[in-house]
Design a protein around this ligand. Structure first.
Ligand SMILES: Nc1ncnc2c1ncn2[C@@H]1O[C@H](COP(=O)(O)OP(=O)(O)OP(=O)(O)O)[C@@H](O)[C@H]1O
Ligand SMILES: [Mg+2]
Length: 376
């Protein structure tokens, strides 16, 4: 996803800060020395919905307004300055393709104004993105992503082509859960981004079944923070053409661009546990998702490893439900023997214990993903 920064000089602190900010939001920053250079830029002319950042400077605001008016449904222009005269602001905003943000709170404001632009440009890709976000470690996030992937790829009616993408770059367990060799060597693209092409995607793919591929990193020392977000987004866009859905197993550690993945997701499963402390962090994660304005119908809460009573009913359900009211909540029962048995065998629950109640609980969640992400 490209963003075009208008800057006669790239070296100034403000231009650099703005570029870093855009990169943090998942954009690849391309520079144009002025508006005429921008109009000559092929990448700009071919972009479907380019973002143009215009830091204050001579003629900058007039150029920004002119561009926003000239390209109302294509380019989106963000003018960055500490102050803007009301009539100029009106002109920019009335174009419906322009906004003004201040330097002081540029991080938040840029995120807000670019929110609707979409991270992964939906029209250019096929795959829906379903993100699995853990509210804490060890709550079964990977298990839920894997089981959903296995189910959706092996539905009798309308089986889907699915990619499981493990973004736990250090110590992810998704490949192990399906007993495949992890081959997604992200360090290689970080070192040479220009190498990312269809052939390299083939090399990175671990095939579980003809309809289910895994992208998981081999154990190598690379921290998520060392991976430029733009590389991840470009990778997602590249593989998106091959699948109907990409299920993303997100790490628990938060990084700013995770919010962009969430905002670009067609559905989100927030996973958590049923104990009092687990519910507390779950509601904290929900509060965070609220600040991202994730539509309610795109979000499900999966309360995993719930105790059950003698009749197999979820224990303390009312207590769990209270802080989650108004949400789509899925309860998944505790069944360590089945869950661990599947992990140890490197096979899915769906395969080894299709009739277990936990497997059926997860089945309901998987069907929610189909509906929420409009997969069928
Ligand atoms: N419903 C369940 N009942 C009992 N145990 C479960 C259940 N779901 C998952 N587990 C077990 O919990 C453990 C952690 O599962 P998993 O790796 O899926 O969690 P995670 O949230 O991805 O963890 P991590 O933070 O390490 O990524 C595993 O041993 C798994 O078998
Ligand atoms: Mg995990």
């Amino acid at each position: 996803m490209n963003c075009f920064l208008i800057a006669a000089e790239r070296g100034t602190a403000r231009v650099q800060a703005l570029a870093e900010l855009a990169e943090g939001l998942g954009y690849t920053v391309l520079y144009a020395s002025d508006f005429s250079a921008l109009h000559r830029d092929r990448a700009f002319n071919e972009a479907r919905r380019p973002l143009v950042l215009v830091p204050e400077g001579q003629g900058a605001v007039e150029g920004a307004i002119q561009l926003a008016r000239a390209e109302p449904s294509r380019a989106f222009v963000v003018y960055v300055a500490d102050a803007l005269a009301p009539e100029l602001y009106k002109a920019l905003v009335r174009s419906q393709s322009g906004e003004w943000i201040g330097w002081g709170n540029a991080t938040q404001e840029l995120r807000d104004v670019t929110k609707g632009l979409g991270v992964t440009e939906p029209a250019d890709r096929n795959a829906r993105i379903v993100s699995f976000l853990p509210s804490k470690g060890g709550v079964g996030n990977t298990t839920l992503a894997v089981e959903t992937g296995v189910r959706l790829s092996s539905r009798r009616k309308l089986p889907l082509r699915i990619a499981l993408l493990d973004l736990n770059l250090q110590g992810g367990t998704l490949a192990d859960a399906l007993d495949v060799e992890p081959r997604f060597d992200i360090a290689e693209i970080v070192a040479q981004p220009e190498r990312l092409d269809e052939q390299l995607v083939d090399v990175f793919t671990s095939r579980h079944t003809p309809r289910l591929d895994v992208f998981a990193c081999p154990p190598r020392r690379i921290a998520l923070g060392d991976v430029p977000p733009a590389i991840l987004f470009t990778f997602i866009d590249t593989i998106a053409r091959r699948y109907e859905a990409i299920l993303v197993d997100l790490p628990q550690a938060w990084l700013p661009w995770i919010d962009n993945i969430l905002q670009g997701s067609d559905a989100i499963v927030l996973s958590g546990g049923a104990t009092v402390p687990a519910l507390r962090v779950l509601t904290q994660s929900l509060a965070h998702l609220e600040t991202l304005e994730i539509p309610t119908d795109r979000l499900a809460v999966a309360v995993n490893a719930c105790e059950t009573d003698l009749f197999g009913r979820i224990a303390h359900r009312a207590q769990i439900e209270r802080p989650l009211s108004g949400r789509s909540v899925f309860y998944l029962r505790r069944d360590a023997a089945t869950a661990d048995g599947a992990l140890d065998a490197g096979r899915s629950l769906f395969e080894i214990a299709p009739n277990a109640r936990l497997t059926r609980d997860i089945g309901r969640l998987a069907e929610w993903c189909v509906t929420a992400a409009k997969l069928a």
